[in-house]
Write a protein that binds this ligand. Structure first.
Ligand code: AMP
Ligand code: MG
Length: 345
């Protein structure tokens, strides 16, 4: 199959909408990462997403809508007060809510769960595509399963060339990390996957929040997480990643030592560090993660792809604090490192 890459335009969106209606896959930009979309109400089309990504069938997808009214066709009860408050405050935006599902949603989307994940994205091209398709669009991130999520159309092409007919190019994604996934089926909203909408913000909107404890630790043997995606080693670069956490100067000297050891063992090490810390690493090979947690969110997946392209086989990354969007950054980085975190003083 030939993969076409078209800049976002009216004719490109119309063509993409037509492809979705015909049951084909289209990659498209959102404010979080690029999505790989199919008609959410067509089980065969949805199965093509799993094939193209090599995604395990037990990892459910997010259904994307362009207006709150479309929610009724996907869920089977009235949203709770907390859900309403979150929708009013954070939609359109980088937030996914988990609701009891309606029968209209194919099992392929929910991986057989009795709940469905729904998001109303803010990106104008994503919403125009959903409007053009005239259907909700089921879309996971547009990477091959296990690779870092794509934040540019070029990343999508790296992973999906020859597998899908069309990629819409809308430039780099604004947030750079996947949406915050929040379970609103119970009383207090529970964050299953952190993202751009932070626990602090959710607490301010709803008066309370729980963060699932699986967010910042590896899963136990045989554990079934509330968000099935947590089971998989996502976002992984090819090289082994170690995160070093602690006081700034101690971190820099520990990373220098680990880097030099790896070099001595004939490896090709690479450092990921905040911009302002780069001088501490001298002539060692280091890439910038930006200057704060927000920039890190934006840069992290692209830098993990760069690390692969450079053939790095031992990666050492600085940590950030888990306040605000820092929690989402550390969740992705932690999982990429299989939670191999070294603490120094
Ligand atoms: P991705 O498409 O890579 O953004 O992945 C979608 C994420 O949403 C995965 O981590 C899923 O586990 C999660 N998800 C989707 N549907 C549900 C659901 N019904 N319950 C809990 N988590 C879900
Ligand atoms: Mg993904």
């Amino acid at each position: 199959m030939q993969t076409e890459l078209l800049p976002v335009s009216r004719p490109a969106i119309d063509r993409a909408g037509q492809l979705i209606r015909q049951g084909a896959l289209v990659a498209f930009p959102t404010e979080t990462v690029y999505g790989l979309g199919a008609n959410a109400l067509d089980a065969d089309a949805v199965r093509r997403i799993f094939e193209a990504k090599g995604r395990p069938g037990d990892n459910p997808l997010i259904a994307h809508i362009s207006a709150v009214e479309q929610l009724a066709s996907l869920i089977d009860c009235e949203p709770s007060l907390a859900a309403r408050a979150l929708m009013d405050a954070c939609w359109p935006g980088p937030m996914t809510l988990i609701f009891p599902r309606s029968r209209a949603v194919p099992d392929a989307v929910t991986a057989g769960l009795d709940t469905v994940a729904v998001r109303l994205p803010a990106h104008p091209a994503a919403r125009a595509l959903i409007d053009a398709a005239q259907r909700p669009i089921a879309a996971p991130s547009a990477n091959r399963s296990g690779r870092p999520s794509p934040t540019t159309a070029r990343h999508v092409l790296e992973d999906m060339d020859g597998r899908i007919p069309l990629i819409l190019d809308g430039g780099p994604c604004e947030v750079g990390l996947e949406s915050t996934v929040i379970d609103v089926t119970g009383g207090v909203p529970r964050v299953l996957r952190p993202g751009g909408v932070t626990p602090e913000r959710i607490a301010a909107i709803c008066g309370g929040v729980q963060v699932d404890d699986a967010v910042m630790r590896p899963l136990k043997e045989g554990e079934r997480p509330r968000s099935p995606g947590m089971k998989y080693r996502h976002y992984a670069p090819a090289g082994a990643l170690t995160i070093v956490k602690g006081e700034e100067r101690a971190v820099a000297s520990a990373i220098c030592r680990l880097y030099d050891e790896a070099l001595g063992q004939g490896k090709r090490p690479l450092i990921l560090a905040l911009n302002t810390h780069l001088p501490a690493y001298g002539a060692r090979r280091a890439l910038s993660l930006g200057s704060d947690a927000g920039e890190m969110a934006h840069e992290i997946f692209a830098r993990l792809r760069d690390a692969d392209a450079l053939g790095a086989d031992a990666l050492f990354s600085e940590a950030v604090g888990t306040e605000g969007v820092g929690l989402a950054v550390m969740n992705r980085l932690g999982r990429a490192a299989a939670f191999h975190i070294v603490e120094v003083k």
